[in-house]
Structures are given as structure tokens and as C-alpha cells.
Design a protein around this ligand. Structure first.
Ligand SMILES: Nc1ncnc2c1ncn2[C@@H]1O[C@H](COP(=O)(O)OP(=O)(O)OP(=O)(O)O)[C@@H](O)[C@H]1O
Ligand SMILES: [Mg+2]
Length: 401
């Protein structure tokens, strides 16, 4: 593995709101720690409930909030606090924004105010993943992700920022360099222009985000466990989520169907039967992806022991650190006259997909989500781009026109 892919295994847990993501993430982390893996379970949902799920008590987290805290042997937890992440990571950018804002009449700009800027949560979470994956302190990171749409935004964030850095930032940096002497003539100081160190820091952060995005899309490092319940509406969202994760190049290696009612219960029998029919459909839709059904339990799953039992149901005897499936959603192969990109995109038709080639990038858009895929420089001469659906796979061929 390259240095962008440290030996830390990353497991993402996502799914619709309320289906059991935090519980599944905490249970997976407890299972890994019990097997001797040094594990960090982290959540970056603003409404954190990881601490409650682990049964750690405390109404508010106090000083521990935003800091790594120990849970059991081999297990630490972290509920990300965006302001603290900004303080830790965003020094030069923070200084720039505080200078800008204090110039506009605000005297004391806090990181909590910067934390409200759009995208800041995702960027902070990505940087935290990068830092802990690289620290050498953990064998595994388990991420309790926010509901699906936010997880997708989080994963797509790095490529969006990179696009900005590549297309705009370099030009702006040159412009600001030219303007600085002029501006200082008029005002004595040019401090409201971004300092050069701002651009350097921004580029540094963009490079790190790029590396962490590559980790999340590396099927030898990261896989995602998609949690759902056996109801039509949830199942539909799970289909869409699965398709989008494929489009972003994230390997989904388990579908977890949670809260399945037992058939024996006479009162819920009809309900249980319709759930079973739904599960059978899901096995068809997600053929090739291991599907694990977990029963509705009589009690909430809170605290290390209930979580350990829950973890055993999730892993069904497997090592939760293993890849339950190894099938990269995106493959690139060289052909006689060019290159072939195969992007698995199930459940959508060709008319749902917009694709365009913009110089060194392929842009894919489905619904509100888009993804920029960089074309390696070796392929830049291949200017002819053709796309077709082959089964559930979008095949894009690049060849010299
Ligand atoms: N199979 C189950 N049987 C009984 N209770 C469960 C089961 N799975 C989860 N729970 C309980 O359901 C509640 C919600 O679960 P959890 O917090 O894991 O959901 P979530 O997907 O993380 O929700 P959110 O989207 O709000 O973050 C918790 O109290 C949890 O203990
Ligand atoms: Mg949760």
C-alpha cells in the first residue's frame, strides 16, 4: 500500500435516520477491540449519541467533548466537535477569517462561529479521519456516519474542494500577489487580502482531503456497512444510497437489516411476513452483497455487554475487520485503443445519468449528486469519450479520436 493508505482499516456505518447506525458502529468497534485491535470509534453527526450508546453517562460531555476518550481496553471514542477541529487544523485559515471578520466590526471571532460555515463539518470530519488513520495509534477506525445524504456529501466534499483548488485557487493566489502592493498604497496595510500562507494552508488541506478521499475509496482500506430496516420506504432509500456509494467508488460490503420482527409472535405475524417478503426482495436487489438480518430486541442496545452481543449478531462469526466482499465499484482497464472505466450504477437507467468530459475530468451527475473523476495524465490524449450502460454498469470508453 502507498503512504496515502496507512495500515488502518476504516469501516463506515451509514443508513437512513434512526435505523441503528450508532448501535451498529459501537457494536462493531467493541467486537474489534475484543479481538485485540486498537480501535477508535468516532461520530460526526451533530446530534451525537455515541457516548450514550456506549453507556458512558454524563448529560453533556464537558471537557471530554471533541477529545478522544478511552472506553475499554483497546477502544477509544471521539465525538467530533467542529470548533475544536478548526482550532486544531485550520490555524492560518482561521486567522484569515478572523482578520476579515474583525475588520468588518467583529472583534472576537470564535471557532464556533467559523464552524457554522457550510461544509465545515464535513471538512473537519475528513481531517480528523486523516489524522487518526495516520497516527499509527489505531488498527481500525469505525465511523458512525450521519444519515445517508450527509454521508454522501461528506465523501464527495474532498473532490469538490479539489475542483475549487485546481480551477480557482491558483489564479486567485496570483491575483492577490499582484494586488497586495497596490492595496498597501491605499490603506497602509493589506491585511484584508488573504495572506499567502492562507493559500498555502488551503492547498495543504486540499492535498490531505484528497488523500483521505483516496483512502475512503480504496477497497483495501475502507468498506461501508449500510444499515436499514425491512420497510418499503427505507429499502428504497437504501437502493439509492447503494447506487450513490458505488458512484463515489465506496465499497459496500454488508447490508444490515435491523429490527426484524420474529414470525412466532402472533400479534405481529402479518407484519413479520411482509418484512420477510421485503428481505427476500432486498436479497435479490443486492445480490452479491452479504445481507445480515438482526431481530428486533426486547430492550434497547446500550452499554458494552449488550453491544458485544449485538456485535456477534452483526458479524455472524466473521472477523468484523475483514472485508465481507471485495468488488471495487469502479474499475479502469486498458484496452487496445484506449481505456475503459466501468462504474457500477445499479437501479438507474441511462437517462438518469448525466455524464460529460471536462478536460482532465469525467463529471457524473445523478439527481442532486455529482462526482468528478480525474483522468490520469497518461490518458489525456484519449479525447474521444463514449458511454453506454452494460447491465447495471456504466461503461465509459476513452480513446484517441
Ligand atoms: N435491533 C434492535 N432492537 C432493539 N433496539 C434497537 C435495535 N437496534 C437499535 N436499537 C435501539 O434503537 C435506538 C436507535 O438506534 P441508533 O441510535 O443506533 O440509530 P441511528 O441510526 O444511529 O439513529 P440516528 O439517525 O438518529 O443517528 C437506540 O436506542 C438503540 O439502542
Ligand atoms: Mg446515530
Amino acid at each position: 500500500m502507498s503512504d496515502t493508505a496507512p495500515n488502518t482499516r476504516i469501516i463506515l456505518v451509514s443508513g437512513k435516520g434512526g435505523v441503528g447506525k450508532t448501535t451498529a458502529a459501537a457494536a462493531t468497534a467493541i467486537d474489534l477491540a475484543a479481538r485485540g485491535r486498537r480501535t477508535l470509534v468516532m461520530s460526526f453527526d451533530v446530534a451525537h449519541s455515541l457516548r450514550d450508546s456506549l453507556g458512558l453517562g454524563g448529560f453533556l460531555q464537558g471537557a471530554a467533548h471533541g477529545a478522544v476518550s478511552p472506553v475499554t481496553d483497546n477502544l477509544d471514542m471521539l465525538e467530533i466537535d467542529v470548533s475544536k477541529e478548526i482550532e486544531a487544523e485550520w490555524g492560518p485559515i482561521y486567522r484569515h477569517f478572523s482578520m476579515l471578520m474583525s475588520h468588518g466590526g467583529l472583534t472576537d471571532v470564535l471557532s464556533s462561529e467559523l464552524a457554522m460555515l457550510p461544509g465545515m463539518e464535513d471538512v473537519s470530519a475528513l481531517l480528523a479521519v486523516d489524522r487518526h488513520a495516520r497516527s499509527g495509534e489505531y488498527d481500525a477506525l469505525v465511523l458512525d456516519c450521519p444519515p445517508t445524504a450527509s454521508t454522501l456529501r461528506f465523501i464527495g466534499m474532498a473532490s469538490g474542494l479539489k475542483w475549487y483548488a485546481n480551477h480557482r485557487l491558483a489564479r486567485e493566489r496570483r491575483m492577490v500577489r499582484m494586488m497586495r502592493p497596490l492595496a498597501s498604497l491605499f490603506h497602509g496595510e493589506a491585511y484584508y487580502l488573504p495572506a499567502d500562507e492562507f493559500f498555502a494552508a488551503y492547498e495543504g488541506i486540499t492535498a490531505r482531503l484528497d488523500a483521505v478521499e483516496a483512502m475512503l475509496r480504496n477497497p483495501e482500506v475502507t468498506s461501508l456497512r449500510l444499515v436499514c430496516t425491512p420497510e418499503k420506504v427505507v429499502a428504497r432509500e437504501t437502493q439509492r444510497a447503494f447506487m450513490y456509494f458505488c458512484m463515489y467508488g465506496v465499497l459496500v460490503d454488508q447490508i444490515l437489516v435491523n429490527r426484524v420482527f420474529p414470525e412466532e409472535d402472533p400479534y405481529f405475524r402479518q407484519f413479520a411476513l411482509s418484512q420477510q417478503a421485503m428481505i427476500a426482495d432486498m436479497r435479490d436487489w443486492f445480490a452479491g452483497v452479504p445481507l445480515t438480518a438482526v431481530p428486533m430486541l426486547e430492550e434497547e442496545v446500550v452499554g458494552p455487554e449488550p453491544l458485544a452481543r449485538f456485535g456477534a449478531r452483526l458479524s455472524e462469526g466473521r472477523d468484523p475487520g475483514a472485508f465481507y466482499r471485495q468488488d471495487s465499484p469502479i474499475t479502469v482497464t486498458e484496452e487496445a485503443d484506449g481505456w475503459r472505466f466501468a462504474i457500477k450504477m445499479p437501479f438507474v437507467g441511462k437517462s438518469d445519468i448525466q455524464m460529460s468530459r471536462q478536460g482532465e475530468e469525467l463529471m457524473l451527475r445523478v439527481g442532486t449528486f455529482k462526482r468528478h473523476i480525474s483522468i490520469p495524465s497518461a490518458m489525456m490524449k484519449a479525447t474521444r469519450t463514449q458511454a453506454a450502460m452494460e447491465g447495471d454498469t456504466l461503461v465509459v470508453r476513452l480513446s484517441e479520436g
